[in-house]
Write a protein that binds this ligand. Structure first.
Ligand SMILES: Cc1ncc(COP(=O)(O)O)c(C=O)c1O
Length: 446
C-alpha cells in the first residue's frame, strides 16, 4: 500500500489545532454514544443502543469544561466553515451495523461464476436470481410489510430503473397521446425528470395529482411514506382509468409503523433505503399482472440486458442477514437490524425536534403514532428526510441555509413552496451532529 505523504509544513501549531479538533470530536462522539447506562464501544449488544434522554448537543456542551470552552467555540466555528451537503438521501448511517456484522454479509464470487447473462430461464423475469427472490419473500414475511403471494418479482438496477420499467409497461404504444403521469405534491423530486427526460411518446409528466383533472387514463405514483414529507399516503385521483405505481421505498419499521402488509398491483422496494445498500443498486417490484411483468422484463432487457447477478448475490446475503437478525433477536443477545436502525432514527428525530422547538425560525411536520405489527407496539413515524419549513419572512429556505453552509433541496423541486427544504436524515453521525449544531447556532443567533 502506498504510504501517506506527510505535508512538509506540518508545524506545531497545525498539530495543536488538529489535536484539539480530534479531542472535541471525541467528546462529541462519546457524549452521543455513551449517554446511556452501560454503553461502551460501538457493538450492537442489546444494552448498547439505549435511548438518549436528553439532547446530544446539550450533553456535549456539558461535557466540555468552561476553561476550554473558548477554544472549543473557536474550533466549533472552524467546523462550521465546512459545507455539509444533505441534498441527497445517501443512506450511510447504517455503516456501523454492517461493519459489526463482519463476515455474515461478506461474499466471495469466484472468477468462473455468473458468466452467463441468464439467471433462471424458467422465470418470466429471466435475470432474477432465485436466491434473491427467496430472500425478498422471506423478508416481507418477517417484516409483514407486503403480500407476496400471487405476485411476480421483477428485479431492477435500483427502484429507479423499475419506475421507468413500470411507466413503460403501464403505457400503451397505440394510445393517441402520451399517458399522463402524476403524483401528489410534495412529490419525490426525480419523478418529473424521470418521466420527461427522454421526451417519450408513451408517457408525460402531468404534475400534482391533487389538481389533475384531465379525463382519460393516467398513471399515479403513490409514495408511502412520502419522500419528502414522511406522511403515509393513498392514491389521490381515484378515477376508473387510473393505473397505480406504489413506491414503498420507505415502508420499513425504522421509518414508519407497519400497519398491515401492502397489497397493491405494482409495488416497488429497494435495498437503498431498507438496508442502506444504495451502492449495490438493487430494487424489486411485486407485480400481479403477468402482462405487466413481461413488459417490465422487456424494458430491462432492452435497457441493460438484465440486472447484475453479482449485485443480486450481495443483496440476497444482506436481506438474509436482516431476516436472520430479526428471527434470532430473542434467542441471542443481539439487536435486529430494524431495532438498531429504529433507535438511531428515534434519537435523531428527538434531537432534531428539541433544536427546532427551541426557537421559532423553523417548523417540522407532526406525526401521530400508530400500532406497528413488526414491533408489536405503537411507534412514531420518523422519516428519512426532514421536511423543514422556514418560518417568518424567509421566503427561500434553501438559499438561507446555503448561507449557513448547509446544502439542502428546495421545496420547489418537489412541487411545493421554496419556504420548504428537504434535508437528508440518513447521513453519518458526524454530519448529522454538525447539522444539529448549526441549526441550533442559527436559532441562537437570529
Ligand atoms: C421514493 C423513492 N423512490 C425511489 C428511489 C430510488 O431508489 P434506488 O436507489 O433504488 O434507485 C428513491 C431514492 O431516493 C426514493 O426516495
Amino acid at each position: 500500500m502506498a504510504k501517506l505523504a506527510v505535508p512538509p509544513l506540518f508545524s506545531l501549531r497545525h498539530f495543536l489545532v488538529l489535536s484539539l479538533a480530534l479531542n472535541v470530536s471525541l467528546i462529541l462522539r462519546t457524549a452521543y454514544y455513551e449517554s446511556g447506562e452501560g454503553s461502551k464501544g460501538f457493538c450492537l449488544k442489546k444494552k448498547m443502543m439505549v435511548d438518549v434522554d436528553s439532547d446530544v448537543i446539550d450533553k456535549s456542551r456539558l461535557a466540555i469544561s468552561s476553561s476550554t470552552s473558548s477554544l472549543v467555540n473557536s474550533t466549533r466555528s472552524a467546523g462550521r466553515e465546512r459545507v455539509i451537503n444533505l441534498d441527497h438521501g445517501d443512506p450511510t448511517m447504517y455503516e456501523r451495523f454492517w461493519r459489526e456484522m463482519g463476515d455474515k454479509t461478506t461474499i466471495t464470487i469466484p472468477g468462473w461464476q455468473s458468466l452467463s447473462y441468464l439467471s433462471d430461464v424458467s422465470n418470466i423475469c429471466w435475470f432474477l436470481e432465485p436466491e434473491f427472490a427467496r430472500e425478498v419473500v422471506r423478508l416481507h414475511k418477517v417484516v409483514g410489510n407486503a403480500v407476496t403471494e400471487g405476485r411476480h418479482i421483477v428485479v431492477g438496477t435500483g427502484s429507479s430503473q423499475l419506475i421507468l420499467a413500470a411507466l413503460y409497461a403501464l403505457s400503451s404504444p397505440d394510445a393517441a397521446e402520451p399517458i399522463s403521469v402524476v403524483s401528489a405534491a410534495p412529490y419525490y423530486s426525480s419523478y418529473p425528470s424521470m418521466a420527461d427526460y427522454q421526451k417519450s411518446g408513451l408517457y408525460k409528466w402531468a404534475g400534482d395529482a391533487e389538481t389533475f383533472d384531465k379525463e382519460g387514463p393516467y398513471i399515479e405514483l403513490v409514495t408511502s411514506p412520502n419522500n419528502p414529507d414522511g406522511y403515509r399516503r393513498q392514491a389521490m385521483v381515484n378515477r376508473s382509468q387510473g393505473l397505480l405505481i406504489h413506491d414503498l421505498a420507505y415502508y420499513w419499521p425504522q421509518y414508519t409503523p407497519i400497519s398491515s402488509p401492502s397489497d397493491h398491483d405494482l409495488t416497488l422496494f429497494t435495498v437503498s433505503k431498507s438496508t442502506g445498500h444504495a451502492g449495490t443498486r438493487i430494487g424489486w417490484a411485486l407485480v400481479k399482472d403477468e402482462e405487466v411483468v413481461k413488459k417490465m422484463t422487456k424494458f430491462i432487457e432492452l435497457n441493460t440486458i438484465g440486472v447484475s447477478r453479482d449485485s443480486q448475490f450481495r443483496a440476497s446475503k444482506v436481506l438474509k442477514a436482516v431476516s436472520d437478525s430479526c428471527e434470532q433477536e430473542n434467542s441471542q443477545d443481539e439487536e435486529s437490524f430494524f431495532k438498531y436502525s429504529y433507535k438511531i432514527m428515534a434519537q435523531r428525530w428527538k434531537q432534531l425536534r428539541a433544536v427546532v422547538d427551541a426557537g421559532d425560525m423553523f417548523s417540522l411536520p407532526q406525526f401521530s403514532p400508530a400500532f406497528c405489527i413488526f414491533f408489536g407496539h405503537e411507534t412514531e413515524p420518523q422519516p428519512g428526510f426532514i421536511w423543514l419549513k422556514c418560518e417568518g419572512d424567509i421566503e427561500d429556505c434553501e438559499s438561507f441555509l446555503r448561507g449557513h453552509k448547509i446544502i439542502t433541496r428546495s421545496g420547489k423541486h418537489f412541487g411545493a413552496s421554496p419556504k420548504y427544504v428537504r434535508i437528508s436524515m440518513l447521513d453519518t453521525d458526524g454530519t448529522f451532529l454538525q447539522l444539529i449544531d448549526r441549526l441550533s447556532a442559527i436559532q441562537e443567533r437570529e
